[in-house]
Write a protein that binds this ligand. Structure first.
Ligand SMILES: Cc1cc2nc3c(=O)[nH]c(=O)nc-3n(C[C@H](O)[C@H](O)[C@H](O)COP(=O)(O)OP(=O)(O)OC[C@H]3O[C@@H](n4cnc5c(N)ncnc54)[C@H](O)[C@@H]3O)c2cc1C
Length: 322
């Protein structure tokens, strides 16, 4: 059951979590750097189909099946993983930095007396040593830390930091016998309660046209709305606009809003404060319109237009309408 890299899969309602495919990709990369193998752990009750799906991403899957693992519980998962960790002593135990990952990772590190490195945006093995990249000081600074080489390290990787794995051919699925003490699998899962969806999800849009304070008046948002519509996209915003309630909070892009990765992001009158950029810098194509040629948004934009949005947007719409 030994593996150099052990990736902990997450799933909900019969679907693998998107962040799991990202840590699978990173796990495979780390295994290549270690000259070894990566395996994934999938826990649940009767999750064979999911295990086969996971194995299609090119790594072997260790399947832990127990009624106490039917739904995620920190206690149940920690018990199952602690026994797998003891048996395999991987170099890296990799989890996604999700609500589940940051519930589980510290518990595992504490129970095995293992070092824990959280919320990494990248991680690699260099000359046998683990090097983690993390963002510090409110995302202003990106720092690399050489962590060490002599232990099993528990690492969580921030979702959206790496490209998800694509299927590459089937690995093997092996059932790992385990007994979970249900009484210790606390807290217990009761039910899923979903928030009412009151607006569109900007995080899943291919095109996001965002307005910032440079738009000047709420009425001018009509220009941004029309551009978004004509490009088949949705309207996003910087924080001041949602604070002023010109747009709902669900449209806010940035550190305290949503992270978006659209194919096209158009920033209209947005300065490019780091808290905003944190939520959109990974868009494939960034177009920025700003009157100030030294606005920081131009540092991340692929296409920059120095101009007044109230002139540029009408001109652009005229072209698109024609
Ligand atoms: C803890 C914390 C969390 C935060 N989280 C977020 C977040 O999630 N998202 C977010 O966006 N912000 C966030 N902020 C706020 C952030 O720091 C900035 O204040 C905010 O992003 C600025 O928004 P803005 O660019 O629209 O406005 P401004 O900074 O006021 O910039 C307006 C820009 O418009 C340009 N402009 C003016 N007139 C025109 C015109 N006619 N045509 C074209 N350009 C024009 C100006 O040159 C300027 O660059 C956060 C701040 C903190 C402290």
């Amino acid at each position: 059951m030994g593996a150099d890299i052990l990736v902990v899969a997450e799933h909900l309602e019969g679907k693998l979590a998107p962040a799991t495919l990202e840590i699978v990709a990173k796990g495979r990369e780390l295994a290549a750097q270690a000259g070894g193998s990566a395996k994934a752990v999938l826990l649940g009750h009767g999750p064979e189909a999911l295990a086969s799906e996971l194995a299609s991403y090119g790594l072997d899957v260790l399947l832990g099946d127990d009624p106490a693992l039917e739904a995620y519980s920190g206690g149940g998962y920690a018990q199952a993983l602690a026994s797998m960790l003891a048996a395999s002593s991987p170099r890296v135990l990799l989890l996604a930095h999700t609500a589940q990952g940051y519930d589980l990772a510290p518990a595992l590190a504490a129970s095995g007396d293992l070092p824990l490195v959280t919320n990494c945006v990248d991680v690699r093995l260099e000359g046998g040593s683990l090097v983690a990249t993390r963002r510090l000081l409110n995302e202003k600074v990106q720092a690399e830390f050489e962590i060490g080489s002599d232990r099993t390290y528990v690492v969580t990787l921030r979702p959206g930091s790496v490209k998800p794995a694509t299927p590459t051919g089937a690995g093997a699925v092996a059932r790992v016998p385990m007994t979970i003490d249900g009484a210790k699998a606390l807290p217990r899962f009761l039910r899923i309660e979903r928030p009412e969806v009151s607006d569109i999800d900007i995080a899943s849009a291919d095109v996001v046209v965002s307005a910032g304070r440079g738009i000047q008046k709420k009425e001018n948002l009509a220009l941004v709305e029309e551009l978004a519509k004509r490009l088949g996209g949705v309207v996003g915003a910087s924080r001041p606009l949602t604070d002023m309630e010109w747009l709902p909070k669900t449209r806010q892009v940035g550190q305290s809003g949503k992270t978006v990765r659209p194919k096209l992001y158009v920033a209209c009158g947005i300065s490019g404060a780091m808290q905003h950029v944190a939520g959109m810098k990974d868009a494939s194509l960034i177009v920025a319109i700003n009157t100030d040629p030294s606005a920081p948004i131009f540092e991340v934009a692929h296409v920059g237009v120095v101009g007044n949005v109230l002139e540029v947007l009408p001109a652009l719409l005229k072209e698109l309408r024609g």
